[in-house]
Design a protein around this ligand. Structure first.
Ligand code: AMP
Ligand code: ZN
Length: 664
């Protein structure tokens, strides 16, 4: 086999495994084997950039950064759907259809209405060429690079597909993945996302496609538009899309009459909580595409389709007591403690009240009978009060003004949704929360020490901050409850071993507000050691990629604080890593600082990704499209003529791969 054949064989094989895993949910090889094959392909492609292919499975990992999403017109308009809320509405619609079409048998396809972000994806000759958000229906944003990272979206179709068509679907974030993302955010001291739908649609507009690739998004498809498709019915369309490699949920049903339609609706109204993703109704469509054509469109929606909206599940119960939780960053969250009530199959005892504004908005009080709703959120929310049941003499809720844990007056900064307890170093849940974050897996990953032990050590007065961990001795901890010789030794060893944890994770472990894992990595890369970072001003910090004012301010504040400075100094004295390792430093320079490069075409001695990495490692920025801010266009073979024209028009220097390598 020659190299080209080998590359093709690997691409084919990886495509098949992707399909088995993400579309069929039936993997046939282990994740490890898959990763090894992907790595092999990546290496081959890097060595042989002449075989670059925009449909290669290696593009799934993302890496392209889009600063501004281009607005593009939809070739075929994306319509809304008319909504119905009752069986009667639905029956009326079906009668109208029948009247319109005359005395012919009409069948319907019933599908679930997936609740996410709409997308239209264009395929030409079996290849994904463009993906555009719905926007206003006439034009949307080009989010192609982000969509390409979603593994259930085929980059290359199989079977007998039309030459060119648009396929419409919904990008969703299944519950399980959503919950995992939120757990990580909470661990990073960030507010959890409110619901899967907004998070899914927000994901499409992330600038860094590698970040999109990390999110467990899925694309569920429901319709095809185009000319000469050779398809006769909606149901056939779903089957064909499935055959070409798309993820099409199999619950869709072909119904012969309205009775069958209602059976489908009733079934899913009851069972939708068994589905892995959010749905908000059923979409009923006239099955025959010719009939669809005859029925046509109103100004906003097709006459041949109707959405039946599920009612959100609600229950009413008594709010017994409002309590307040203090998080590791000091953020206060009010919690409604309820009389237990059954809702969407689970017993609910608590609901989030979010913040003071929310409480005021719905004027909720202790003793009230409240309506609880479970939407996509993991924690149910209170949506209103049954005023007819409000007890006499009830008083409006007074939001707390002091921390329930330490008594310090709360503060609320302009623009913050929540109140905070500012007593960072004296408020128990903040102290233990910070230490728990410090030892957590993605931070210092201290083995032999868990969250409960941290609380115990704090209660016994052995630690007051994370630097104290490094002064602990075996003699001190042995007398603690449930602490045996072996576990004491493990704890001490775990702490000692953490001096090898690399700088970027140490930076994350410090627990600076808004500095999550990714931001910590960017800061470590930009500043290389803690002293440089401590000396950085707001103005300098915001010039770092992805660092906005909010983060910059938080970093500056952190290092202004004497206590934090003392803590860093103590950690340093214990040998914690406060600079990038020699190996990471070696390959990095500042030579290209201040310059933005756009890379286009195919290169000989390096792959496109390597070229981009070289730019970033040397302090430059990679831009996705040419603008007046572009410093250089690095032109490879087969570069599009429009890029060249645009660069020439703006007077941007066009350089070759060799020119670039000379620069560094
Ligand atoms: P609405 O936004 O309420 O007007 O509803 C229309 C949207 O429902 C469309 O833009 C689609 O993105 C979405 N949708 C979800 N599932 C389906 C489906 N099975 N068929 C058609 N549209 C759907
Ligand atoms: Zn407090």
């Amino acid at each position: 086999m020659n190299v080209a054949e080998k590359i093709n064989a690997l691409r084919e094989e990886l495509r098949l495994h992707n399909y088995n895993y993400y579309v069929l949910d039936k993997p046939t090889i282990s994740d490890y084997e898959f990763d090894m094959k992907l790595k092999e392909l990546q290496d081959l492609e890097a060595k042989h950039p002449e075989f670059y292919d925009e449909s290669s499975p290696t593009l799934r990992v993302g890496g392209m950064v889009t600063k501004n999403f281009e607005t593009v017109a939809h070739e075929h308009r994306m319509y809304s759907l008319e909504n119905s809320y009752s069986k009667e509405d639905l029956e009326d619609w079906e009668k109208r259809i029948q009247r319109n079409l005359g005395d012919v048998p009409v069948q319907f396809t019933c599908e679930l209405k997936y609740d996410g972000a709409s997308i239209s994806i264009t395929y030409e000759n079996g290849k994904l060429v463009k993906a555009v958000t719905r926007g206003d229906g006439f034009q949307g944003d080009d989010v192609t690079t982000n969509i390409k990272t979603i593994k259930s979206v085929p980059l290359q179709l199989k079977g007998d597909y039309p030459e060119k068509f648009d396929i419409r679907g919904e990008i969703v974030l299944p519950f399980e993945g959503f919950q995992k993302m939120n757990e990580e955010r909470i661990e990073n001291g960030e507010d959890p996302y409110m619901n899967p739908r907004n998070t899914a649609s927000g994901s499409l507009k992330l600038q860094d496609s590698a970040a999109v690739a990390q999110r467990p998004l899925e694309c569920l498809l429901y319709g095809i538009v185009g000319d000469n498709l050779g398809i006769a019915t909606q149901f056939e369309m779903l089957q064909k899309a499935h055959d070409w490699g798309f993820k099409v949920p199999t619950v869709a049903k072909l119904c012969k009459n309205t009775e069958e339609v209602m059976d489908f609706v009733n079934h899913w109204d009851e069972h939708r909580h068994d589905l892995p993703y959010e749905t908000d109704g059923v979409v009923v469509k006239v099955n025959n595409l010719q009939y669809q054509d005859e029925l046509g469109y109103t100004a906003k929606s097709p006459r041949w389709a109707m959405a039946y909206k599920f009612k959100a599940e609600q229950a009413s119960t008594v709010l017994v007591h409002i309590s307040y939780q203090v998080g590791r960053t000091g953020a206060i969250t009010p919690v409604a403690n309820l009389e237990p009530v059954l809702l969407a199959g689970t017993t609910v005892k608590r609901a989030s009240l979010h913040n003071a504004d929310q409480i005021e908005k719905i004027d909720v009080r202790e003793g009230d009978t409240v309506f609880v709703e479970k939407g996509g959120e993991i924690i149910p929310k209170i949506i209103g009060v049954d005023l007819s049941k409000r007890p006499e003499g009830s008083k409006a809720t007074k939001y707390i003004t002091e921390c329930p844990e330490c008594g310090t007056p709360l503060v609320r900064k302009e623009g913050d949704a929540k109140h905070y307890c500012p007593n960072q170093y004296g408020c128990p849940p903040q102290i233990t929360g910070r230490i728990q974050h410090f030892i957590s897996r993605k931070a210092m990953d201290i083995e032999g020490l868990g969250g409960e032990t941290v609380e115990l050590l704090f209660k016994e007065g052995l630690i007051k901050d994370y630097a104290d961990l490094y002064d602990l001795t075996k003699e001190q901890i042995l007398p603690l409850e449930r602490m045996a010789e072996k576990s004491a030794e493990n704890l001490i060893k775990g702490v000692a071993d953490s001096v090898n944890v690399p700088f970027e994770r140490v930076l994350f472990a410090l627990g600076i507000r808004y500095v999550g894992e990714t931001v910590a990595k960017k800061l470590a890369k930009a500043y290389k050691n803690i002293d440089a970072l401590m000396a950085a001003t707001m103005e300098e910090l915001v010039t770092v990629d992805e660092i906005g004012e909010r983060i910059a301010e938080s970093v500056v504040d952190f290092f202004k604080n004497e206590k934090n400075l003392a803590m860093v100094a103590r950690l340093k004295s214990h040998g914690i890593q406060f600079e990038l390792s020699a190996e990471k430093l070696e390959n990095q320079t500042d030579i290209l600082k201040g310059s933005t490069f756009v890379v286009s075409g195919v290169f000989e001695s390096v792959s496109r990704d390597e070229l981009k990495k070289l730019i970033e490692d040397n302090g430059g920025k990679v831009g996705s499209s040419i603008s007046s801010k572009t410093s250089y266009l690095v032109a490879g073979d087969k570069m599009g003529p429009s890029k060249r024209t645009k660069a020439e028009g703006l007077g941007i220097p066009i350089i070759t791969e060799q020119d670039f390598l000379q620069m560094i």
